[in-house]
Design a protein. Structure first.
Length: 246
C-alpha cells in the first residue's frame, strides 16, 4: 500500500477532542481510521500550557514537532523535533508552549485502542514487560535554500537509528536534501515495518504524483523502494521507518 497525502495542513473537518483530564485538542486525520491502514494525523494543543497526561499506545509511533516549542516529559522540545516510542512505552506529559503546540503522529497501523493513561490502574495493568524504548532527535535544522540549490548529489543524514542487531532493528529517521531535479531512491521498506516520507520543503514527483509544500508519502513494507524526483527548487524530506517486527 502506498498513500499520497497532498497536504498536511490542519483539516477543515478536524475533530475536537476533550480528554480524560479535560485537556482540549483538535485532531486532523489524513488516513482512514481502519485497521490495516497506516495512520497519519495532526494533534493541535491550541491552549498554552495545556497538558496531555502520561500515557502509552499499543503501537510503535513517531511524533514530529514541526512548528512551536513544547515539552515532553522532562524534555524541552525545539522544532523540528522527532520523538519515537515503542508500543507499550509510557511517555509524557505533553505540555503545550506559550503559543500552543502541534505535532504529527505516524503509526504503522490504525491505533484502534487509543491512549492508555498511566494514572488509571486498569490502563497500567495493560503494560507489557520489556521492549520499552524512547528516542529523541531535538532541534533538527534544515539546509538553507542557497546551499540546497547548489547540491550536486543527494545529501542524506541519519538523525535517528539503532544498530543492526538491536531488538528494534530497522527503525530510523533520515534527513534527505535534494538539489533541483535530483533523483533519490529510498531503502527497501521491507527492511523495517513500513515508511513515511514527509516533504518539508520544495516539491517532489513519485510514480506520477506531484507533491509540494508540506505533504507525505506513506508506504507499507510490502512495497518496493520509493523513487522521488525533486522539483526545480530542490526538496527536503524526512524519511521515517518503523522497526521490523515479527
Amino acid at each position: 500500500m502506498m498513500l499520497a497525502i497532498d497536504s498536511l495542513a490542519p483539516r477543515a473537518d478536524k475533530i475536537h477532542v476533550v480528554r480524560d483530564n479535560e485537556c482540549e485538542t483538535w485532531r486532523s486525520d489524513y488516513t482512514e481510521r481502519k485497521v490495516g491502514v497506516p495512520q497519519v494525523l495532526l494533534v493541535e494543543q491550541k491552549i498554552p500550557g495545556s497538558r496531555i497526561l502520561p500515557h502509552f499506545h499499543d503501537l510503535d509511533q513517531f511524533q514530529v514537532f514541526m512548528d512551536n516549542p513544547a515539552k515532553v516529559g522532562s524534555h524541552e522540545i525545539s522544532p523540528i523535533s522527532i520523538h519515537y516510542t515503542n508500543g507499550y512505552t509510557g511517555y509524557g506529559p505533553i505540555v503545550a508552549g506559550e503559543q500552543g503546540s502541534s505535532y504529527y503522529v505516524f503509526r504503522p497501523d490504525f491505533d484502534s485502542r487509543g491512549s492508555h493513561y498511566l494514572h488509571v490502574p486498569e490502563s497500567r495493568a495493560k503494560l507489557k514487560l520489556g521492549g520499552k524504548r524512547v528516542l529523541l532527535a531535538n532541534g533538527v535544522k534544515l539546509m538553507p535554500q542557497e546551499e540546497l540549490s547548489k547540491l550536486g548529489v543527494p545529501r542524506v543524514e541519519r538523525i535517528m537509528g539503532v544498530k543492526a542487531d538491536d531488538p528494534d532493528a530497522g527503525v530510523f529517521v533520515d534527513a534527505v536534501n535534494l538539489g533541483p531535479d535530483m533523483r533519490f531512491i529510498g531503502s527497501l521498506p521491507q527492511e523495517g515495518g513500513g515508511q513515511v516520507f514527509l516533504l518539508v520543503h520544495g516539491a517532489i514527483t513519485s510514480g506520477g504524483t506531484r507533491l509540494a509544500g508540506r505533504a507525505s508519502l506513506v508506504v507499507t513494507n510490502a512495497e518496493p523502494a520509493v523513487m522521488v524526483t525533486a522539483g526545480n527548487e530542490g526538496a527536503q524530506l524526512l524519511i521515517f521507518q518503523y522497526p521490523r517486527r515479527a
